[in-house]
Design a protein around this ligand. Structure first.
Ligand code: ATP
Ligand code: MG
Ligand code: MG
Length: 380
């Protein structure tokens, strides 16, 4: 019996465990929060990731370890990797945890990125704003997620407020200034690389964010073959350079037919949740296959799929469940503003049928603002 250890016990760990059950796998999660949602049906070690005793207990009970949470301290990942196989490797995790290291690597590999600068002081911020231009975004280098730790600088008058909001973190987690990209679309490549270097990717996905949080994903994204090919090539280059094992997502901005890389998520990704019902093999199953050194599953998709994120609280499930291709995911979390508490996936054989289902769901749940951009993309 193989036990897979997962650092972080959120919905990603929960969906990994669900997908691993048919493979005969056991799971153990570790989380700092005793009420982490994967812990509702997976054994859990509760403890801080820096607590050696808790980590040692976790290590002693698992055969291989992976992550649901990308901000596990690099030293803890390293410590663990000296005792049990850890995938992705701590170096890859470390690069993906630091927006500066990540963008520097993208550039070195010939993957285009928005202009960026490391920011250490207030004077440095002024200099970088002058060089990069307005608008731009100040972000923490580490620990940001769901758009947290970011400040948009629209005009020179915002620089003071940006520094007031994030300046204190220049000496702790570090800061980076990025050019604001007036993108037409956001895309992501969700891909998997096996222990033997085999690489597979799911069809390119289009994503919509609201207040920095993913709202909807659509696959396949409407894109010409050349663009999709380029996106996959970037993902493959990155995975090879990091000797990455497991699933990851590369977030991209598309502007005037050109791709710019935003960030690398070193784990299964929200924009890949549609693969559970929409693809031959889900991102969760393929992540497990990769970290266990098993053959990777086919990533082809069946028709068209859209994922709608439920943020803050769950709406009524019935309109989704009534749809022939409707699937409901309740993470078992208590409602809280800004919190991802569940999602729905709608699958259909063609774009028109998917647009119809989204229209009905948007109307029934008063979520037209969430479904409208997806419907527009399907009708384009
Ligand atoms: P995630 O939850 O995806 O890990 P995060 O907190 O790491 O989010 P980013 O992905 O950097 O944050 O930014 C969140 C969203 O904010 C992006 O998906 C995009 O919509 C917008 N955004 C971020 N950086 C830029 C940029 N340079 N130009 C334009 N929009 C941006
Ligand atoms: Mg991120
Ligand atoms: Mg992101």
């Amino acid at each position: 019996m193989t036990t897979v250890g997962i650092l972080g016990g959120g919905q990603l760990a929960r969906m990994l465990a669900l997908s691993g059950a048919p493979l005969g796998l056991r799971f153990l999660v570790m989380d700092t929060a005793p009420d982490a949602c994967a812990g509702q049906f997976v054994p859990m070690v509760v403890g801080d990731y820096r607590d050696e005793a808790a980590l040692a207990e976790f290590a002693s009970r698992v055969d291989v370890a992976t992550f649901d949470f990308e901000n596990v301290p690099a030293e803890s990942a390293q410590w663990l990797s000296e005792r049990v196989p850890v995938f992705p490797n701590p170096r890859a995790l470390g690069v993906a945890q630091d927006r500066l290291a990540e963008k520097t690597l993208f550039r070195k590999l010939g993957i285009p990125v928005p202009d960026f600068a490391d920011i250490a002081t207030r004077a440095g911020l002024d200099e970088a704003v002058a060089k990069i231009g307005l608008p731009c975004i100040l972000k923490t280098r580490r620990l940001g997620y769901d758009g947290k730790g970011q400040f948009r600088i629209k005009s020179a008058a915002d620089v003071d407020a940006a520094w007031q909001s994030l300046g204190a973190q220049a000496q702790t987690v570090g800061l980076i200034l990025e050019a604001f990209v007036p993108f037409e679309r956001e895309l992501s490549v969700v891909a998997v690389r096996g222990r033997d270097g085999e690489f597979r990717a799911w069809p390119l996905t289009e994503n919509w964010h609201v207040d920095g949080v993913l709202s909807a994903s659509l696959a396949p994204a409407e894109a010409d073959a050349g663009l999709a090919e380029t996106a996959l090539e970037y993902a493959r280059k990155l995975a090879d350079a990091l000797d990455y094992v497991g699933v990851f997502a590369l977030e991209l901005f598309c502007r005037a037919g050109q791709l710019l890389a935003n960030e690398l998520a070193p784990r299964v990704h929200n924009s890949g949740h549609w693969t559970i019902e929409g693809a031959e093999t889900s991102q969760f199953e393929n992540h497990l296959r990769a970290v266990l050194g098993l053959p990777l599953g086919d990533t082809r998709m069946l028709g068209h799929a859209c994922m709608l994120n439920w943020v803050g609280e769950l709406p009524n499930a019935a309109p989704v469940l009534r749809e022939p291709g409707g699937h409901w995911h309740d993470y078992g979390k208590s409602p809280r503003a800004g919190r991802k508490v569940g999602h729905a996936t709608l699958r259909a054989d063609n774009a028109a049928a998917l647009a119809g289902a989204l229209q009905r769901i948007g109307d029934a749940l008063a979520r037209g603002a969430q479904t409208a951009p997806v419907i527009r993309s399907l009708q384009a």
